[in-house]
Design a protein around this ligand. Sequence first.
Ligand SMILES: Nc1ncnc2c1ncn2[C@@H]1O[C@H](COP(=O)(O)OP(=O)(O)OP(=O)(O)O)[C@@H](O)[C@H]1O
Ligand SMILES: [Mg+2]
Length: 455
Amino acid sequence: MQSADGRDTENHIHEAAALRTLNAFAIDLIAIPNIDDLFWYVAKKVVGHLNFVDCVIYQADDNQTVLTQVAALGEKNPYGRSIVNPLKIPFGEGITGQVAQNKQPVVVDDLLKNQNYIPDTQPARSEICVPLIIRGRVVGVIDSEHPRPGAFGEAELEVLTTIAAMTSAKLELLAEVARSTQQYHTLVQAHASLHTETVSRKALEAELFTARKLETVGRLTGRFAHDFNNLLTVISGNFELIEAEIVSPAAKECFGEAQAAAAQGAKLIRDMLAFAQRTRLEPKVVDLNLLVTAACDRSKQLLNGWLDIDLAPDLWSVKADPKLAEEAIYNLICNARDAAPKGERPIISTQNIRYNWADSDKLGCKLAQGPYVRVSVKDFGQGIPAQNLPQIFDPFYTTKPEGAGKGLGLSMVMGFMQQSGGGVSVESDVGFGTTIHLYFPAIAGSANDLLTMNR
Ligand SMILES: Nc1ncnc2c1ncn2[C@@H]1O[C@H](COP(=O)(O)OP(=O)(O)OP(=O)(O)O)[C@@H](O)[C@H]1O
Ligand SMILES: [Mg+2]
């Protein structure tokens, strides 16, 4: 059959079929999710439906220097959708390379007469090639060859140019979506890191605030306790001098009460000085297992043997003031008893610990790297509500009924541990209990100790 321009129409596009294919393409375009699917769809369902015997699509690189085959339909690609060894064509080389460089479509009626034609495994006689352009940049080309000369005319050029325009529009849209997604992720990441930064800055500020508050209160308490201690020393000294003079039983009883009150006052002052880190420490090399045992013995009356003890063998030695260390451990035992007077037995344990920076998050207190002996008192009592945790080391902070607690136990513990170069950490779960750990810096005193440390 011959058309008006004298060409053979059986190879040519049927107008109605072209319109139907383009319509379907316009509708399907919306749902095509990515570039790979788009290229394959264009090659197979658009060009492949329109009497073209083959279709090869190339994508241009960002530098506009080379085209890479991304989809191929027809005998040149027997592998279906996958492209094995994709062809690469430099801009300006061959017909496709020239189309990419000149940004103009080309129809070649007879390839044998065209000097740009680079024949491949399936030599053809005619070729049509149109560029894919976005905002003046070539992003690819759509190419088709035919074994017979003069296979492509105005109609094919018009249809393929329309397909290229629609493909380019979708490519632009996909690029925009990718850009927005990237921007969204960048924003989300920026927001997340800002949030983390704010949270850690707030935590740091809170830590600094607590440290400053304790330092200020400590300074005040220290000055006051020091003066008061001097007064008490005078009172106790005079008591001792006049004790022998008192004969009447009634006066002796009053005197005994006065002495007991002075002793209580002295203990109060000792705790306050310890909190203020103004105690004159007398450190000695000690075995904390012995001090824990002593503190437990002392609390026997208090607890009626109601305590589990788990002491580590080969415990490293520490250098600490033994009296105050025992006092600190005893204070923790008293708190454990108060937290669960009738519940499960508290456990007191000792352990050798080697502390690394990597553990700092888990630890809950600031320590220098190195070996420590940890004394832990764990109870299964009511626990400490999170909002109370920042206050428990404050002097005179107590939740116990009037007369039951002075709120000096933990502040003494904290002051003493810090003055001794160690630390205190707390783990508490409301309804499940509390564990308070004391970290004493260990001394690697013997070969045996060193061996244990390096294990
Ligand atoms: N093991 C624990 N379980 C629950 N809460 C605790 C525990 N240890 C301490 N606390 C809380 O911390 C507060 C302060 O403890 P701290 O030992 O300093 O004072 P106290 O026990 O109230 O009085 P003091 O020790 O002077 O007799 C307690 O009143 C209590 O609210
Ligand atoms: Mg206490």
